[in-house]
Design a protein around this ligand. Structure first.
Ligand code: ZN
Length: 293
């Protein structure tokens, strides 16, 4: 560890027990890895060393539920060479990428009926989370929080890629279901506690975290880019200055939400925390067509 490491403070979560969830027996979860980017650990989290390389995995998750199948984020798509051009210039200079197969191609080649998808829930609308939308039927609903929909409409350069796609079928939702594990509000997607979305703004104005509860009792939290890698939760630590400026995030809001997640992690270590770009974390979920329940 080096002199730039600064642990964020957090207050332990007082919750007595995990929120109630009654996921149906048919519910499963799979990972769809779509590629990776490679950069230096010093860009990954504050305190990361300059000498070591870091892989940033690009993974989508399929959560099948009797009420409807949902994808979480879209990963790398079919036109990744063109899509990387929408990254900030400096970020292009400090990263290289490895393309895998898009979500549409992985699902399609297994005869998964793509029109069965009730939506893709975006943790946020940055290019590396929407690129794979180009491999899905254009009418597939793309679920975004109201704040993220407004962010997309602002046409900031950070949303250039999603705004370049014609006729995205946005489905906007709101957080009407009350506090959840220290977050002030939530959206219980199927009403059974199996998929609960909470607002976690900062990285983008409408970033979210998705809590998934499976029939065996296994629980996951898809953190999006609140932190990029496990150290962000474990230390806990924010991103280094340069990375924060490159993505133009709100530092105070990100710190507030990292503190919430660190508090949950300490109180309920059984919830598997999955930062969007940590391959060890996403590797805990079996790769499609395998699944866990
Ligand atoms: Zn990302």
């Amino acid at each position: 560890m080096d002199i730039y490491l600064r642990k964020l403070d957090f207050t332990p979560l007082a919750a007595e027990s995990l929120p109630v969830a009654t996921p149906p027996a048919g519910m499963t979860m799979s990972a769809l890895p779509t590629g990776s980017m490679s950069s230096n650990a010093m860009f990954a989290y504050r305190g990361g060393s300059f000498g070591s390389k870091r892989e940033f995995s690009m993974t989508s998750f399929l959560v099948r539920h009797p009420k409807g199948d949902l994808l979480f984020d879209a990963g790398f798509g079919r036109n990744i060479e063109a899509h990387t051009q929408t990254m900030p210039w400096l970020m292009r200079q400090i990263t290289t990428y490895k393309n895998g197969r898009s979500i549409g191609d992985q699902l399609g080649s297994s005869d998964y009926p793509l029109d069965k998808l009730v939506g893709v829930i975006l943790t946020h609308a940055h290019w590396d989370h929407v690129s794979g939308l180009d491999s899905l039927p254009p009418k597939t609903p793309v679920w975004v929080s109201g704040a993220e929909r407004t962010f997309i409409s602002s046409r900031s350069s950070m949303t250039a890629l999603v705004n370049s796609f014609p006729n995205v079928n946005y489905k906007e939702y709101s957080f009407d279901d009350g506090p959840y594990l220290g977050f002030p509000s939530s959206y219980d997607v199927w009403g059974d506690g199996s998929i609960v979305l909470v607002p976690a703004p900062g990285h983008t104005p409408g970033s979210i975290i998705a809590f998934i509860s499976l029939p065996t009792g296994a629980r996951y939290a898809l953190l999006g880019d609140l932190v990029w890698q496990n150290e962000g939760v474990d230390i806990p630590a924010e991103r280094p200055w340069l990375s924060r400026r490159l993505v133009r995030e709100d530092d105070d809001l990100v710190r507030e939400n990292i503190a919430r997640i660190a508090a949950i992690h300490k109180r309920f270590p059984e919830i598997k925390m999955i930062p969007a770009h940590d391959s060890i974390a996403s590797g805990k979920v079996p790769v499609y067509p395998s699944s866990t329940r």
